[in-house]
Ligand binder design. Sequence first.
Ligand code: SDX
Length: 434
Amino acid sequence: MPDETISVIDNRTGRRYEIPIRDGAIGAADLQKITTDGPAAGLMSYDPAFLNTASCRSAITYIDGERGILRYRGYPIEELAQHSTFLDVAYLLIQGELPDATQRDEWVDKITHHTLLHENIKKLIDGFHHDAHPMGVLIGVVGALSTFYPDAKEIGKADSRRLQILRLIAKMPTIAAFAYRHAIGMPYAYPDNDLTYAGNFLNMMWKATELKYRPNAVLEHALDVLLILHADHEQNCSANVMRAVGSAHSDPFSATAAAAAALYGPLHGGANEHVLRMLREVGSVSRVPEYVKRVRSGEMKLMGFGHRVYKNFDPRAKIIKQVADQVLEVTGKSPLLDIATELERVALQDDYFIKHRLYPNVDFYSGIIYLAIGFPVEMFPVLFAIGRTPGWLAQWQEGLLDPEQKIARPRQIYTGPAERHLPGVRAVAGTSAG
Ligand code: SDX
């Protein structure tokens, strides 16, 4: 039985309807019975950009935008960032529980031994221009991996899903690093199985002629924390794409390539790159007030600010700011951090930002850390994609296994022209034109 109901009176007909409320929502399908002319004319719900529409039930991530709460499978992000590792969090998101020692060893071992790419992938990456954006390379390569692993189409088999999940989590850093090495004309540095997930990524990015790359422990840990903070965020734009593509029963490589394409957008995961470009454009602390004025005038958005859900603060931004201090201790102060801190200070006192409830989001400070660690700006959304891969895969698998889900196919409100005919053509009876 539903928890409660709402009573609706259709003033067009005077009819009264009882609509059940379940889990704080009404079923959009229940609106169809409100009609003036049979079920085909029943009411729809209209919600462009899904501002107030739940597309699924999910047990993966919980966000409270008013209170700045983010939990993965019930664990507060602050605890996971401080006490867990990215691979443990990836396991948690996908399996629903943190791994025990045996499960952890097997999970880490399997991911470690799936980091290599088929040698032909190097030819694919070599085909890109030297200045190809690494997100374009990543999207292309991840999609291409679906042709190397045709077994990935067996999405109904748990073993196949698990194998593709291992492959994707393991290979994202390798693809990212190879894209970078291609861009700078350096030979590809292969995975080093002695290193951690984050340490190996730094190895593949920056190993030169030394026999063994030794990552800086502070930077390695900072990167692992950043990956944790980016691992999932419930039904964001790219997760929605992952679920939609997955609902057509496409393979997880194709779905992940699509999700990465959504993340690439400057309003989504591409924002971190644009924040850095913005900080460089501001140029100095003294020019912050002038820049904020231009944002207030509507000339541009303050990149890294605002969020569809968080309306007081993004808990991830708070943690990232702490990590920034640790990293800059090692790498040296960054004038960009001073500009970002001043931008935040000025914006948070500005009535435009207060009125629109705009606060720093996950992308506002992350780029400063990435830059300090040595990543070029173009790699920032790629780093976001590496972190978000376990979240996408958890959402994909949950959607596939949800008995309430089927192929995603929204309806529309048609606003186009009424029936019309080509010049000289008579409507033929019995056809859509007849
Ligand atoms: C991510 O959904 C997720 O969870 C995403 C994410 C994740 O982990 O997956 O958290 C990651 O994508 C973070 C967001 C990164 N994007 C940016 O930093 C780009 C700048 N931010 C904005 O584009 C915007 O705030 C969004 C996209 C983040 C949220 O957009 P909404 O919820 O659709 O809000 P909106 O665009 O309708 O803005 C509401 C008002 C508008 O003003 P009015 O037309 O009502 O007068 O606020 C204004 C906007 O112009 N506004 C901003 C602003 N963000 C919103 N004005 C200036 N600067 C901004 N950054």
